[in-house]
Design a protein around this ligand. Structure first.
Ligand SMILES: *Cc1c(COP(=O)(O)O)cnc(C)c1O
Length: 241
C-alpha cells in the first residue's frame, strides 16, 4: 500500500521534473525557477516530511498558523529553511513576519509597504525586508494588488523606502481550468516588469506566478518562482478558523 507520505515524495519528484522541463523548454536553467511549496492548512508534520524530501522554501498564508509551524520543534532549528508569506496581510500583523520570513510576496498597496518599511527602519542596522509587489492586472475591484497604472505612478516612491528590498512582482490571476487561458496574464506581468525595470533603471528579477494548475505556462512566460500546493500535498481540507 502506498502511504500518503510516500505519495508526497512521488508528487514532489513529478512537480520538480515538470518545473525543470518547463525551464529548459523556455531556454533557462532549472535553477532559475524556485519552487515555493505551499503548505497552508497542512500540519507541521507535512512540512517536516517535505523538508526531508528536499523542500527548503515554504509558502504560508495565515500569520497565526505560520507562527505555530515556525516554532514547531522539528522546524525551528533548521537554518536553511525559508518562508515566503503569500497570504492577504493586515498591517497590524506585519511585526510578526518582519525579518522572520525571507519574503512577503503580497505587498498589495502603499500603506502596507509603508508599514513594513517603518518596522524595518525601527529595527535598524540597515535591515531590509524582502518583498514582492502584488499586481492586480485585471483591475477587478474584488482583488487586491496594485493596478498597473497605479504601480507605474507609485514605484519611484516605493523604491525609495530603505526598509524594503523589492525583488519583483507577483500575481494571482483568476482561476481558469485551462492553463493556456492564463498565458496572457502571465505574459502581461512579465512585460510590466520589463517596462518598470527600464523606466526606473532598477532590477526586479523575481516573477512569482503560476500555481498547481498553470505553473508550466507561467515558467514559459518567465516565472522565477512557482507556488505549488495541491500538486504536492493534495487537496486542502476546508480551513477551520
Ligand atoms: C494556496 C495558494 C497557492 C497554491 O495553490 P495550489 O493550487 O494549491 O497550488 C499559490 N499561491 C497563493 C497565493 C495561494 O494562496
Amino acid at each position: 500500500m502506498v502511504t500518503p507520505l510516500r505519495q508526497m515524495e512521488g508528487r514532489l519528484a513529478v512537480i520538480n521534473g515538470r518545473i525543470r522541463d518547463a525551464a529548459l523548454r523556455s531556454g533557462r536553467d532549472a535553477s532559475a525557477v524556485q519552487l515555493v511549496a505551499v503548505t497552508k492548512t497542512h500540519p507541521a508534520a507535512t512540512l517536516v516530511e517535505a523538508y526531508e524530501y528536499g523542500v527548503r522554501l515554504f509558502g504560508e498564508s495565515y500569520v497565526q498558523e505560520w507562527m505555530a509551524k515556525a516554532e514547531h520543534p522539528q522546524l525551528v532549528g533548521k537554518s536553511d529553511l525559508q518562508w515566503s508569506f503569500i497570504g492577504s496581510l493586515q498591517r497590524n500583523k506585519v511585526r510578526f513576519l518582519l525579518g522572520r520570513v525571507a519574503c512577503i510576496e503580497t505587498v498589495h498597496n502603499r500603506r502596507l509597504a509603508g508599514e513594513i518599511n517603518k518596522r524595518a527602519m525601527e529595527r535598524g542596522g540597515g535591515f531590509r525586508q524582502g518583498v514582492l509587489l502584488q499586481i492586480n492586472g485585471s483591475g477587478e475591484a474584488s482583488k487586491s494588488g496594485f493596478r498597473p497604472d497605479e504601480l507605474r505612478a507609485q514605484l519611484p516612491a516605493l523604491l525609495s523606502l530603505r526598509g524594503l528590498r523589492i525583488d519583483g512582482l507577483m500575481h494571482i490571476p483568476a482561476f481558469r481550468p485551462d492553463p493556456e487561458a492564463s498565458r496572457a496574464d502571465h505574459r502581461a506581468l512579465r512585460l510590466l516588469r520589463d517596462e518598470l525595470q527600464d523606466a526606473e533603471g532598477t532590477a526586479l528579477p523575481e516573477l512569482s506566478m503560476g500555481m498547481s494548475g498553470d505553473f508550466e505556462v507561467a515558467i514559459e512566460e518567465g516565472a522565477t518562482r512557482v507556488r505549488v500546493g495541491t500538486g504536492i500535498f493534495g487537496e486542502r481540507a476546508p480551513r477551520t478558523p
